[in-house]
Ligand binder design. Structure first.
Ligand SMILES: [Ca+2]
Length: 394
């Protein structure tokens, strides 16, 4: 989601202590990742959006379990739905517990990899003091039982840049990215401060009672959404930019921790707080970035691994909250990442994407309160109708 409008401002005081102790040799390898540029390839996969569920208020997260899907609204409600989007039931309401700023609220949901056996659900929200909270709920019989268990509470100095994504990695850990603490320009220097959990990608072993989070990467501004490629384990991060660049970052599967994605020394590939940033060879540039002529707040999605759209397999699907396109990134034979325009306009404000058990993808329309499923476009000359909506097929 974009910055709250009032948070844009000239405050760019930079007080970060510069990190020099990182293992540069690891980061430099990733820094060699090729940044996308050049023309878009011809004939991107033809896709459409089909209704899946509607009537929600600011939906921001959707997780698919073996029997149900679980949707969170930013205002604090958790809904259970059938896999076809029908049969919703309210199972939890945290609206009195969450803060209500533009970037605050109940922001993410993830299911434990063994959710079918243990019913462990994780929720990410900002509390009434604005701190980021990671809490665990126990699900049994299709509803939440007992009290939430709090794993983490990370105070935030400002109301914006709270992150919100939760995802289990191929390592079985729960990953989260709590944002740089807000303001504009990271005035507290959190993202480059190794002592702060803010502006980092953290991971936590929730199978070990009392475990504390580990810093996996630093130099992130507001990684509102990130995901792991279910086929390869690669990590994809969509980091919301300041004033000039929205970026997509990537890490190979199993890469050692310590990557520095650059903020606030850089914004995308451009120098920001460090005018001499080019000498910092340890900073990992995005694999793709775009300017504010095309959007204002990147919304990361998933690498498509479903069956319904064969031409889309292996494409990283993402969007922009402000302009609502449907974009993909695909690596060409030359190793460069290129953008595919899957749909120029969707008429939505995408807050998030979701991936079901079969690898099919869904788009959450923040303002429209809808969830749409990404489906193959109808053949030329045909008009998509309900009978062509796979989500409605038994
Ligand atoms: Ca960056």
């Amino acid at each position: 989601m974009p910055d709250a409008p009032e948070m844009h401002g000239p405050a760019r005081a930079y007080t970060a202590s510069v990190v020099r102790a990182l293992a540069c040799i690891l980061a430099c390898a990733a820094a060699a990742a090729v940044r996308a540029s050049g023309p878009e390839p011809a004939a991107p996969p033809r896709v459409a959006l089909a209704p899946w569920a509607e009537g929600f208020e600011r939906p921001v997260g959707l997780a698919f379990g073996p029997r149900h899907a679980w949707l969170v609204e930013q205002g604090g409600r958790l809904w259970r739905l059938a896999h076809d989007g029908t049969g919703r039931a309210l199972v939890l309401d945290l609206s009195e517990r969450v803060s209500r700023g533009f970037e605050q609220g109940l922001l993410g949901v993830a299911l434990h990899p063994r959710f079918a056996e243990n019913g462990r659900m994780f929720l990410y929200y900002t509390d009434r003091e604005g701190a980021v909270v990671l809490a665990e709920a126990r699900v049994a019989g299709g509803t939440v039982r007992g009290r939430l268990r709090r794993w983490l509470r990370l105070p935030q100095p400002a109301a914006n840049h709270n992150g919100g994504q939760l995802a289990f990695g191929p390592d079985g850990r729960l990953w989260l990215g709590p944002g740089d603490g807000g303001g504009a320009g990271d005035p507290w220097g959190n993202a480059q401060d190794p002592r702060s959990p803010l502006g980092k990608l953290l991971r936590l072993d929730v199978d070990r009672p009392g475990a504390r989070p580990e810093v996996w990467a630093l130099g992130l501004r507001n990684p509102w959404r990130f995901s792991f490629d279910r086929a390869t384990g690669e990590l994809w991060i969509a980091d919301v930019g300041q004033d000039r660049r929205e970026e997509i970052d990537r890490a190979p599967a199993g890469h050692p921790k310590g990557l520095n994605y650059g903020w606030n020394l850089k914004e995308g590939s451009l120098c920001f707080a460090d005018p001499d940033c080019a000498r910092r060879r340890d900073l990992v540039d995005p694999v793709f970035e775009y300017g504010h002529d095309e959007g204002c707040s990147v919304t990361g999605g998933f690498v498509y691994r479903g069956r319904a759209i064969p031409a889309l397999r292996g494409v990283y699907v993402f969007s922009d909250w402000c302009t609502g396109p449907l974009w993909g990134l695909k690596r060409g034979a030359d190793g460069r990442w290129r953008r595919l325009v899957l749909m120029r306009r969707t008429g939505t404000h995408p807050s998030s994407f979701a991936e079901d058990g079969a690898g099919e993808l869904y788009l959450l329309d923040h303002r429209g309160g809808r969830v749409l499923r990404i489906v193959p476009a109808a053949p030329s000359g045909e008009t998509p109708g309900p009978s062509q909506n796979p989500a409605r097929t038994p």
